[in-house]
Ligand binder design. Structure first.
Ligand code: GLV
Ligand code: MG
Length: 353
């Protein structure tokens, strides 16, 4: 017996009166998902200003919110969404995980009160497609009940060993899937990694160069490696195979801006479209990293111009271009167009696209 819906039913609403699922994700710039603690009144008061500086504002209800503030965080988020016009900036929330006592009220109260302004729900600690299916059905029922006009999307955090094992089935679970973020802190714990960090590298994880044959006692360079390379690669393949968006998650060392930038850039080069910003300094880093480099955009544009129908082979500055590099160039120019549509500063650097 088939365990998934038929293709025809896959795109039908899961409740009578719920909006039709998207067949392709809406085009949105999401270079950083900026986390705010919605129980903090001072931060809520600054949301309007913040919303003009970031691509996505996320009200965090899960980890980092103290137990006695869980209800206030949910109420504060609803208030914050009601009180502000976010324009083109995305409105997301990270709800509590599915086995918590708060999640049912998180979902029901938020959809009832601000369902029409909410773009994406970030679901933590997703272990398999069953978690997505549960939230999918519940959201459809609530959308129908409250007359929500467009589908609220689901973004899964990849932060358990079981979730990584099931990453493809999670990506395939529903047309409501927006994408995924790496959750390096929970994932490290779940996997039994021997670290105490939130993302980034580790000084002991690396490769020692061979000893020199003619000078065996000479110092041997040790090259630190990217601890997250495997998981990010696996997540990118699962996401792109299903038309979803992959993101690097949090980088917890706010004092090390260079390491944050290096980690974000690895993720960008591997295919990710954004990362979380947990501190204001990380907003500019994410803008810099997840907007394609102007020189790279200009070269990509030259490739597209040199091969108008995307076929054949040409040489540019001594480098061979063909159908495949044309496709790479198109990825960069298409992204630059999305960036330029929201970010005037970068639009000026890119010129005609
Ligand atoms: C994020 O939630 C993480 O666990 O890294
Ligand atoms: Mg986590």
């Amino acid at each position: 017996m088939a365990s998934t819906r038929t293709p025809a039913k896959f795109f039908s609403p899961l409740a009578i009166g719920a909006p039709e699922p998207y067949r392709a994700l809406p085009v949105k710039l999401e270079r950083m998902i900026h986390f705010v603690p919605p129980h903090n009144e001072k931060i809520r008061a600054k949301i309007k200003e913040l919303a003009s500086q970031v691509d996505v504002v996320l009200g965090n209800l899960e980890d980092a919110v103290p137990l006695d503030q869980k209800e206030n965080a949910r109420k504060g988020f609803i208030q914050m969404v009601r009180d502000n016009d976010f324009g083109a900036t995305g409105v997301w929330t990270r709800i509590n995980c599915l086995n918590s006592p708060w999640v049912l009220d998180d979902v029901t109260e938020i959809v009832a009160n601000v369902g029409n302004k909410l773009d994406v729900i970030m679901l933590p600690k997703v272990e398999g497609p069953w978690d997505i299916n549960y939230l999918d059905q519940l959201l459809a029922q609530l959308e129908a009940k409250h007359g929500v006009k467009k589908p609220i999307l689901i973004h899964a955090i990849l932060e358990t060993a079981e979730g990584v094992n099931n990453v493809e089935a999670i990506a395939a679970a529903s047309p409501r899937m927006h994408g995924m973020s790496l959750g390096p802190a929970d994932l490290a714990a779940s996997r039994g990694m021997k670290t105490t960090r939130v993302g980034g590298g580790h000084p002991d994880y690396g490769v020692l160069a061979d000893a020199q044959k003619d000078n065996p006692s000479a110092a041997r360079p040790f090259y630190q490696q990217d601890l997250w390379h495997y998981t990010v690669g696996k997540m990118v393949d699962a996401c792109l195979a299903y038309g979803l968006k992959p993101f690097y998650g949090p980088f917890g060392d706010f004092s090390d801006l260079a390491a944050c930038e290096a980690q974000f850039r690895n993720a960008f080069l591997q295919g990710c479209l954004g990362a979380w910003s947990l501190h204001p300094t990380q907003i500019e880093i994410a803008k810099r990293v997840f907007s394609p480099d102007p020189a790279e955009v200009k070269f990509a544009k030259r490739i597209l111009d040199a091969m108008p129908d995307g076929t054949g082979a040409v040489m540019l500055d001594g480098k061979m271009q063909d159908d495949a590099t044309w496709k790479q160039a198109k990825v960069i120019v298409d992204l630059a167009k999305i960036v330029a549509s929201k970010d005037a500063e970068r639009a000026a650097l890119y010129g005609d696209l």
